[in-house]
Design a protein. Sequence first.
Length: 95
Amino acid sequence: MTWDLAKAMAGRVIDESDGDRAKIVENAYLRAYSRFPSHSEVDAGMSVIENFRKGWPEKLASDNESGPRTLMAQWMAVANFTHALLNSAEFSYID
């Protein structure tokens, strides 16, 4: 269930960000934590999303996924990132 929510969140974040990678990270943090990320969190988030994106085309090809694999890989990479945010302690616990 969390994966489905992460994919939906990723789709919204991508749509709101006009392809700007830093804005994708910023919007994901705003949705998950109701706060802006620090500069180091933005840098780390962009790096993590890029690393996830590199792995998805092979997975999509092996699954015989139809559709635009480049776009799907970007969406799934952001979904991996939002999934991590939704499963983090910061999201789960209130101080």
